[in-house]
Design a protein around this ligand. Structure first.
Ligand SMILES: C[S@@+](CC[C@H](N)C(=O)[O-])C[C@H]1O[C@@H](n2cnc3c(N)ncnc32)[C@H](O)[C@@H]1O
Length: 213
């Protein structure tokens, strides 16, 4: 079955994410900015880069290589057009749920709202495999709401169709799972969003030598 994200036009996704009821696009951009301010990475990979949200914050005097991965080739084309001025931009169309990624690793892997859509099996392995030994992993997860709502109500049917493949990931499960692999949590925050939603962010340092498949 084709990935539901292939049926979501980028303008519909961005309009939904920046709507008054959702307000996640700006929040995700801020969290990316915080992660790069905290980590000052010389190279970054963004998993599920969408339209390049937050790339404006990259300081190319610090970060010389920016790798973006996404399943939707039209999103990557938009990133290419919007950020062609960014030095060291590399874009790859991959399904992180299914494919094994084999790229030159980076100092910081940023994974915001991707595990909810692509799962924590192959996608988490891919995230880990892309980090240099002793590098960093920043993760943004959506927190549960009292109402149990996951994907916000949208006027776009393409967005509504994403619900069936969306699963919340528990930050405590993730912390334990990464601790078991020698990753150390060095920073975490939570941020409230409209409709009782919220984001949890964790930044982890990778062990000096970690298992890469
Ligand atoms: C909620 S958006 C991510 C938001 C973005 N990281 C940000 O900070 O603004 C999810 C992104 O992941 C991509 N995606 C979903 N499933 C994927 C998969 N299996 N492999 C690669 N990308 C995927 C979607 O196309 C979409 O661009």
């Amino acid at each position: 079955m084709p990935n539901s994200w292939l049926a979501v036009p980028l303008p519909e996704y961005e309009q939904h994410m920046s709507s008054m009821e959702v307000q996640q696009l700006g929040a995700l951009s801020d969290l990316f900015a915080e992660a790069i301010r905290y980590c000052r990475p010389y190279s970054i990979a963004v998993l599920g880069i969408a339209g390049g949200n937050g790339l404006d914050h990259v300081d190319s005097s610090i970060t010389a290589r920016v790798v973006g991965l996404d399943v939707n080739p039209l999103y990557l084309e938009a990133v290419r057009q919007r950020y062609s001025h960014l030095p060291g931009l590399e874009l790859y169309c991959v399904d992180l749920f299914e494919q094994h990624v084999d790229l030159e690793p980076v100092q910081l892997v940023h994974a915001a709202l991707i595990f909810e859509h692509a799962g924590v099996d192959r996608c988490l392995e891919n995230a880990i495999s892309m980090i240099v030994p002793g590098g960093l992993l920043s993760i943004v997860l959506q927190l549960p709401t009292e109402s149990g709502q996951t994907v916000g109500t949208s006027q776009f049917s393409s967005i509504q169709n994403l619900k069936s493949h969306f699963s919340l990931i528990s930050p405590s499960w993730l912390r334990e799972s990464l601790a078991g692999r020698g990753f150390q949590l060095i920073h975490q925050t939570t941020r409230a969003l409209p409709a009782g939603k919220g984001f949890w962010t964790g930044i982890f340092s990778a062990p000096a030598a970690h298992h890469r498949k």
